[in-house]
Design a binder for this molecule. Structure first.
Ligand SMILES: Cc1cc2nc3c(=O)[nH]c(=O)nc-3n(C[C@H](O)[C@H](O)[C@H](O)COP(=O)(O)OP(=O)(O)OC[C@H]3O[C@@H](n4cnc5c(N)ncnc54)[C@H](O)[C@@H]3O)c2cc1C
Length: 378
């Protein structure tokens, strides 16, 4: 077993972290849409195409290095909303395009999506199809040389800013899992409308909105992969997202732990640093233990993915551990910072607000536990 990074990986990690810290500092609570100038900078470094081959404008990294670079992004950039938008774009739009797209689709979309010229989004969830993702009602009816899409998607990250959407719809209701297909639908297509942006408790720079498809006609050439291949494509994109996107939360936890340790060493009460109290130092020790165990689960999952081995169980274990550790990290950081932790302008309480949705998106904690229990034979 080799726990070492190559010198190339180490250099890249350090460069990515320094770039994120210096170039991606922005209005973390702006709440009025994706910061496009920062988005372009993400593209300039290569964050928007970490796992995409260089010929399409990406960095050509494997899953493990991609997760490590997402970690650098989450550690260096305090705007976790921006980081989340990058992850949703890359793992739920760009990667299915790379893995399921035709040469023509890849040539048209990937360079624009990797450079930051375009923003990508993914639309599967519906009012009655959340965790039960295969209960979709959106239909794609074959008509002549194309399809007509009708339905409503409830939460689309990047939706208000997106130039292209990966939309999942039922093409054959009698085929269940194999009755779904994926489509690339461009902004401005007649019949496609993005709804009003939702306000939410965290990840405020990452816009989210519903998507309406009303008689939305697309050519057959916009189908992503073969008809009926939507579900396997989605499943694979969730594997990328559940693994690599959550690398960012490992980076966030590391940054917050460092800041909280510094605070515990400097803040004095009863004439000594608060970190000298076991109640505080043990809380920090537990934060470190949760961070490192979640991180190791992530690296193992990505290592298996890179070997082309089955990794469903390991990816779910990592996603569950990271998201729940991130929420606990937010709570612990507030507790240790005392009143300061609760004051918005210190940025500490935001850690918790940005962490809470991580136990919901990419499959809730309950769904991850279901997957793990299934693998246990239950
Ligand atoms: C910040 C954010 C960004 C998102 N971005 C996107 C996006 O870009 N594209 C997209 O398509 N969707 C997106 N989503 C939607 C997300 O995927 C869903 O919210 C998620 O799948 C859960 O679905 P739901 O909200 O309908 O909850 P439900 O499925 O209704 O679940 C409600 C509760 O019931 C529990 N539950 C449900 N079924 C079971 C079960 N069988 N056993 C035990 N408990 C169960 C759940 O775990 C949860 O606690 C996003 C969500 C958030 C919060």
């Amino acid at each position: 077993m080799d726990f070492g990074w190559t010198s190339e990986q180490t250099t890249l990690y350090e460069r990515a972290r320094a770039y994120a810290r210096a170039q991606l500092a922005g209005a973390v609570e702006a709440g009025d849409g994706l910061p496009r100038a920062l988005w372009r900078r993400c593209g300039e470094f290569g964050f928007l195409g970490l796992s995409v081959p260089e010929r399409y404008g990406g960095l050509g990294m494997d899953a493990l290095t991609t997760a490590r670079l997402m970690e650098a992004l989450g550690r260096g950039c305090e705007d976790t909303g921006l980081v989340f938008s990058v992850g949703a774009h890359l793992f739920a739009c760009v990667m299915p395009l790379l893995e399921g797209g035709s040469d023509g689709q890849k040539d048209r979309y990937l360079p624009r999506l990797c450079s930051g010229e375009w923003v990508g989004a993914n639309a599967i969830t519906e009012a009655e199809a959340g965790s039960d993702v295969f209960a979709l009602k959106t239909r794609a009816a074959r008509e002549g040389d194309g399809y007509v899409l009708d339905g409503t998607k409830s939460y689309v990250t990047n939706g208000p800013d997106a130039d292209v959407f990966v939309v999942y719809a039922v093409t054959d209701a009698s085929h269940g899992y194999m009755g779904l297909s994926a489509f690339l639908v461009e902004k401005g297509t007649p019949g496609l409308r993005v709804g009003r942006r939702f306000e939410k408790m965290g990840l405020t720079t990452s816009p989210i909105a519903p998507l309406y498809l009303e008689g939305c006609r697309v050519p057959a050439s916009s189908r992503l992969g073969a008809e009926g291949q939507g579900a396997p494509l989605f499943k694979r994109s969730m594997q990328w997202e559940r693994a690599c996107l959550f690398g960012a939360y490992v980076g966030v936890m590391e940054r917050v732990l460092e800041r909280t340790v510094d605070f515990a060493r400097q803040r004095k009460q009863f004439k000594r640093a608060i970190g000298k109290n076991q109640a505080v130092s043990h809380r920090l020790a537990d934060m470190k233990q949760r961070l490192d165990s979640a991180r190791l689960l992530l690296y193992r999952a990505c290592w298996l993915m890179d070997r082309g081995q089955e990794a469903e169980l390991e990816v779910s274990l990592a996603k569950l551990a990271i998201s729940e550790a991130a929420v606990q990290c937010g709570l612990d950081a507030i507790q240790i910072h005392g009143g300061m932790g609760y004051v918005t302008e210190t940025g500490i309480e935001r850690v918790l607000r940005d962490a809470i949705p991580s136990t919901l998106f990419s499959g809730t904690s309950e769904i991850q536990r279901d997957i793990i229990a299934n693998h246990l034979g239950l």
